[in-house]
Design a protein around this ligand. Sequence first.
Ligand code: FAD
Length: 476
Amino acid sequence: MGKVSIHWFRQDLRLSDNPALSHAVKQGAVLPVYILDDEAAGDWKMGGASRVWLHHSLAALKESLGGHLAVFKGSAEHILTDLVAETGAETLTWTRCYEPWRRERDERIKSRFQDMGLDVLSGNGSLLWEPWTIRKGDGGPYRVFTPFYKKGCLAAPPPREPQPAPDISDFAPMPSSSLEVGALELLPTLPWGEEMMQHWTPGEKGADQALDRFFEVGLSDYSEGRDFPARPATSGLSPYLHFGEMSPNQAWCFSGRAGDFMGCEKDAEHFRRELAWREFSYSQLYFHPDLPTVNLNRKYDVFPWQEDTSLLRQWQKGETGIPLVDAGMRQLWQTGHMHNRVRMVVASFLVKNLLIDWRQGQAWFWDTLVDADLANNAAAWQWVAGSGADAAPYFRIFNPATQGERFDPDGDYIRQYVPELSSLPDKWLSKPWEAPEAVLRQAGVSLGKNYPHPIVDLKASRQRALTAYEQVKAHE
Ligand code: FAD
């Protein structure tokens, strides 16, 4: 047998624009490998929705590799050691990941195999710029987005142009210990996963289709429409980017070209700016590995969070009696996704109106989002809570009723996910508790019976949040 190289797939479940895979292919016969390493992930083991996505994504990847994907479950370190011994592989490649547990594990694996004389290559394929290359003049990380983007990213060498998929004509024999994807047991026993996946096509082809759809119907309305949850103006690319079924370079470069071609450069630039928010989240996680657990701004450590499992449960189930919040939480449960504007509103409602710790909201999102991403999720929750980088000031509290009126003016989004309110006139849809009794009756709404009374009074809970914030201010 000639030279063998192992490409270890992780968050790069694609063939195109995958420099590490292309390197492996050039060295000899390739053995593509995926390892579900839950133990090393510890507390950050993938959540339920992500596991469902992963199942389908691995199946798609295996198909595009003509069945040549060796799949394993267990310690990546042990499994790779066995595979190198079995195949005599001389090259090991992977695309870099940035979660603290992965960085630690990968460094160990890299030095182990380099010591054994293997050519080990970890390539860039998940971020536009490596986090350590975007720093302030004094060498420290940026804490504010705009200078991060303008002085850091845009002043750095531009992102790599996407590369075509390599032509893989030579595969190494499949190890006999390889499992079927189903043996990873990623699918839940409840039918919930099936319903959720009706909204998605995981895998590289699904990513291409999502990008095409976005260019056709979303991009030219992106700047304005991206805030309106009922408008198809956003890309829906987040799970594909998270699992690496599309590289950020593909999204970045192709949107630039589409923007020029379609004459909507401003929208394309706005879209690229959002991609840069993803880079900013990764920068925060890279420089502050405890971002998912510890307040970036430590003065928030004294914040008087309330423990209330009953309120938390009502929020999770979308039964708060606040229509926009309920619509968002139900969209999350039904589709594994939630519109960004609504994520901000439901998160603000949890940490401000209910005074529940952002880490509890983060945990629910981690389990239920198909795009659950350690960097983006932690950075965004801290941003909403006020403790994060460039955060929304704590005292700026979203009013979810006003947000509903402003960003869902025709009520299409609320009506889709809260059908029990669908006959209410637009005027009352975001605040049914203020509607006259006769209007409610005519719309078939009976508060406390077929739709809840609000679980908190918005005005009083806002005031309570501001009082709680005084404790943080006192520590300034
Ligand atoms: P588009 O508007 O089409 O944006 C394109 C891409 O840019 C997205 O796919 C995403 O990769 C990136 N992006 C957009 N907005 C942001 C942002 N604010 N921060 C970082 N990257 C961004 N995003 C995740 O990918 N995973 C998460 O776990 C996650 N958790 C969040 C939790 C909260 C409380 C909030 C407020 C936001 C969270 N986001 C998260 C960010 C954002 O809501 C999603 O990335 C976005 O809604 C995905 O939809 P899209 O692909 O249609 O976005």
